[in-house]
Design a protein around this ligand. Sequence first.
Ligand SMILES: NC(=O)c1ccc[n+]([C@@H]2O[C@H](COP(=O)([O-])OP(=O)(O)OC[C@H]3O[C@@H](n4cnc5c(N)ncnc54)[C@H](OP(=O)(O)O)[C@@H]3O)[C@@H](O)[C@H]2O)c1
Length: 449
Amino acid sequence: MNVATTSHDAASGVKPVRIGMFGLGTVGGGVAKLLLSRRDIISREIGRPIELTKVVVRDLHRTREVEVPAELLSTDPDAILEDPTIDIVVEVMGGIRPAGEWLRRAIRAGKHIVTANKDLMATEGVELLRLAAEHGVDISYEASVGGGIPLIGVFRQDLVANEVQSVHAIINGTTNYILTRMAQDGADYLPALAEAQALGYAEADPTNDVEAIDATYKLAILASLAFRTHVPPPQIFREGITKLRAIDFRMARELGYVIKLVAIGRRHKGADGTADSIELRVHPTLLPKHVLLAGVNGVYNAVHVQGDLVGDVLLYGRGAGSGPTSSSVVSDIIDIAHNVNAGVSNRVPFRVTDNLPLLAIDDVQSRYYVHLWVADQPGVLAQIAQVFGDHGISIASCIQKETDAKAGTAELVIVTHGAREAGMRDALHQFETLSAVRDLGSVLRIETP
Ligand SMILES: NC(=O)c1ccc[n+]([C@@H]2O[C@H](COP(=O)([O-])OP(=O)(O)OC[C@H]3O[C@@H](n4cnc5c(N)ncnc54)[C@H](OP(=O)(O)O)[C@@H]3O)[C@@H](O)[C@H]2O)c1
């Protein structure tokens, strides 16, 4: 696409809002396309001309989907950072370094920031927000979680009167696509991953997505907004989807559940005047098929929030891609431009004030689905029930599936009532020592948002 640029400011005499952008990839390309092709509409919206002044990339000669005038491109970050006329820096290059350092320099130079960078905001966001407040500039990062879904603004403004009780989120489109294929086609993990890679939904190295690392970054950002508490992503319990098997999906369906990678944040009320705490975890989860999140399929994302006043809110949409993400980035730019026009900054200050303690994963309670093969002989069920009982776990239901007469084994699916994670872990260790337990299949947590 070739878009001609015109000099509105010269014509109107009004000082334009000038944008400098780091990155011109999937997101940056979408943002540039919008800023250039909808320049007049955006300018009308903010009441001043908007101008994409400079775009910094790694490789000036790369072929790009959006054709940006050559004179706008540079490989030198100082072309943005040292240009006093640039009002807003858009960071859509990703990674923590050098992005973090460049944004700190931009903030100190009095420039407002729009970023889509979840890694950076999850790890250094609190510090960047503090620095921005000190320098009287804004940081907006709507695109960092949930792509095009309005989330950050919803927490910062629309739900701010609430005490958020819980957040349940499907916030990784790659894994949701893979799990949807596994559920719908009965596919195993590896073929479903290969299909996602062929369609461009999963990267060649899918580790960040399938090991739930990406989702912990996003949950860290959501938790800072929902519970006003900063938790470094490595402290968030996570389990990926790589060990799920086709049989788990069949069993889940028979039991009335679907399997999703769910990021969970929950507030625990302190009893007798003790402080509240929060639990944060990301793992494959059995959701009853009637709950709202259970119907979120393919690359779609959704966040189910429970607030003490508002009750249930579901935010649903496309979590990635050039269009949805640039929608969020450009909305942030317009919002900041309104602030610049009004001569205000930090109009909606965001502070991580509460710093609630994080509940240790050992103390988290949940219901479990346990799938195992045992010796097909009398007394085995009693042994299993005894081990669970010894660890304070009570069985809600137990179904005996197939028996394999040749191997002398029976397949069991057990659903428990709520139990402590530590108790379940110890019970599973004990199963490994029982000769009657021939194979411990999957153990999955069950959640009803
Ligand atoms: N893709 C999505 O759907 C999506 C959704 C939500 C959030 N995000 C976030 O948005 C950000 C950008 O993602 P993306 O998918 O657009 O990435 P991308 O397609 O890989 O593009 C990255 C861009 O940044 C430039 N870049 C990278 N390192 C640079 C450096 N050191 N100096 C100068 N330029 C550099 C690259 O330049 P060259 O083009 O010259 O290589 C490229 O244009 C990331 O933080 C990502 O997490 C992405």
